[in-house]
Ligand binder design. Structure first.
Ligand SMILES: O=C(CO)[C@H](O)[C@H](O)COP(=O)(O)O
Ligand SMILES: [Fe+2]
Length: 233
C-alpha cells in the first residue's frame, strides 16, 4: 500500500535523498536502506542529454522500484524536453510528484494540468537563473516549488549561495498565496548548510552525494534532523 501522497499531511520538514548518487547496481536495496535510515521521500532525477548534458533513467526504473516494494512517495524531477509525453508514463510507473522546468514546456499550464489529471502532485522547478515570475499565473495548480541551488545535470556540485535570497522570495510568494505548497531545494544540500536553507524558507530538502557518499546514511539523516530541530525551536 502506497504511503500518503498528500505532502501537507506529512511532517514539517521532508528529507528527499536523490538516487542520482545511489548504487545503481543495487538500486532497490540502496533505496530501502536510505528509507530505513529515516528518509521521507525518494528524489528521482530524470535527465535526457538534451535539456541537461547528462543521461539517467526513465519510467521503467520508477516502476521497478515500486515492483520491488518501495512505498514511499517518489518525487520525479524531470530534466527533459519535451516534457508532456513522459507524464502519463511516470504516473503509471508509480510517481507521486512530477516536477518540470518551465523553460522545457511549451504550455506550462497544460503540463501542470496533465500532471494533476494523471493523479500526481505537480511541481515547477527553477534553475538558479530562472525567474520566479513563471509562478504568477499558475500558483493554483502547483503543489511543489522546487528551487535548484546548482545548475541541473550533475550531483555533487556546490550550493550556490545567492539561492538563499531566492528561497526567501519564493517563501513570501507561497505564504502570500495562502496555499499549502512545499518549498523544495535541490543541489549541494548537506548537514553543514541545511539549517540555513530551512531558515530561508525551504521545507523539503533533496540531498544526493551528502547522503549516499557516506557509509552510514542514518548518521547523516539524523544529523540533518538535529540541525533542522534547531531551526524549529
Ligand atoms: O537535480 C539534481 C541535479 O540536477 C540532483 O537532484 C542534485 O544535484 C542532488 O545531488 P547533490 O545533493 O549531490 O547536489
Ligand atoms: Fe533533482
Amino acid at each position: 500500500m502506497m504511503e500518503s501522497l498528500m505532502l501537507e499531511t506529512l511532517q514539517k520538514y521532508l528529507i528527499a535523498p536523490s538516487i542520482l548518487s545511489a548504487d545503481f547496481a543495487r538500486l532497490g536495496e540502496d533505496v530501502d536502506r536510505v528509507l530505513a535510515s529515516g528518509a521521507d521521500v525518494v528524489h528521482f532525477d530524470v535527465m535526457d542529454n538534451h535539456y541537461v548534458p547528462n543521461l539517467t533513467f526513465g519510467p521503467m526504473i520508477c516502476k521497478a522500484l515500486r515492483d520491488y516494494g518501495v512505498t514511499a512517495p517518489i518525487d520525479v524531477h524531470l530534466m527533459v524536453k519535451p516534457v508532456d509525453r513522459l507524464i502519463p508514463d511516470f504516473a503509471e510507473a508509480g510517481a507521486s510528484i512530477i516536477s518540470f522546468h518551465p523553460e522545457a514546456s511549451e504550455h506550462i499550464d497544460r503540463t501542470l494540468q496533465l500532471i494533476k489529471d494523471s493523479g500526481c502532485q505537480a511541481g515547477l522547478v527553477f534553475n538558479p537563473a530562472t525567474s520566479l515570475s513563471y509562478l504568477e499565473h499558475v500558483l493554483d495548480k502547483v503543489d511543489v516549488v522546487l528551487l535548484m541551488s546548482v545548475n541541473p545535470g550533475f550531483g555533487g556540485q556546490s550550493f550556490i549561495p545567492h539561492t538563499l535570497e531566492k528561497l526567501r522570495q519564493a517563501r513570501k510568494i507561497i505564504d502570500d498565496s495562502g496555499r499549502n505548497i512545499r518549498l523544495e531545494v535541490d543541489g549541494g544540500v548537506g548537514v553543514n548548510n541545511i539549517a540555513e536553507i530551512a531558515e530561508a524558507g525551504a521545507d523539503m530538502f533533496v540531498a544526493g552525494s551528502a547522503i549516499f557518499n557516506q557509509p552510514d546514511y542514518k548518521a547523516v539523516i539524523d544529523a540533518m534532523r538535529s540541525e533542522l530541530a534547531k531551526v524549529e525551536s
